[in-house]
Ligand binder design. Sequence first.
Ligand code: HEM
Length: 229
Amino acid sequence: MSWHELAFVATPYAVILLVVVATTYRVRHRKFSVTSLSSQLLERDKLYWGSVPFHWGIVIILLGHLVALVIPGSFTAWNSEPVRLYALEITGLALAVWTLGGLLVLLWRRLQSKRVRAVTTPMDLVVLGLIIAQVVTGMMVALFYRFGSFWGPEVFAPYIRSLLILDPRPELLADLAIVVRVHAFLFFVFLGVFPFTRLVHVITVPLQYIFRPWQRRIFVERNRVRSTP
Ligand code: HEM
């Protein structure tokens, strides 16, 4: 097995298995550890200037990535007019600069504020470092291998699809520049460490709340009390 196959065939499958097993274990057996462990009470101002740009920036960028991978044709159609291609590339890059600014503020806050440093684990710094590396390599791809929003979906969408249908085609990425491959590979590393970090709070979006289980239970209890003579 070549390095390329190790990176783009063995790693993704190993990571998917690891994520499913470790996240299920953590949610079932160590429920209380599934939290972002917010440090907002220790320091708020810098958190605001770091957290808001980071969260908004990363969410929009990742949504863009998701659309490119799931509906690659939408990007091809949008980019058919050069002016729209430029607008998309400039927006992507601007969002990346915004996100990176937020990340650097968050890193500086963790290192500089004594109270926040006291609750910072080495894994928190690994996570920040990984996200910074992911964003910086993404910016390098956008800057040096133009125009990623044009060629990216055509290359990566079939590759991801090949992984999902268990017929991996790593050769699709074989001719890409090393920075592009590092950017894609970092995502698997990132996914692999996910269940062991505070990032796991992402899966605790309170979806359950929509179905209001507690309110419904109270409603049922009340009705039961009323209907008993
Ligand atoms: C945690 C995961 C990821 C993060 C945070 C991330 C972040 C970024 C950022 C900040 C950029 C530059 C801004 C932009 O042009 O959108 C970028 C560009 C890019 N990323 Fe990612 N990325 C991630 C995963 C991936 C993966 C898995 C792939 C491929 C399967 C990928 C492919 C690309 C490509 C092709 C570009 C160039 C887009 C362009 O030039 O417009 N990224 N990424």
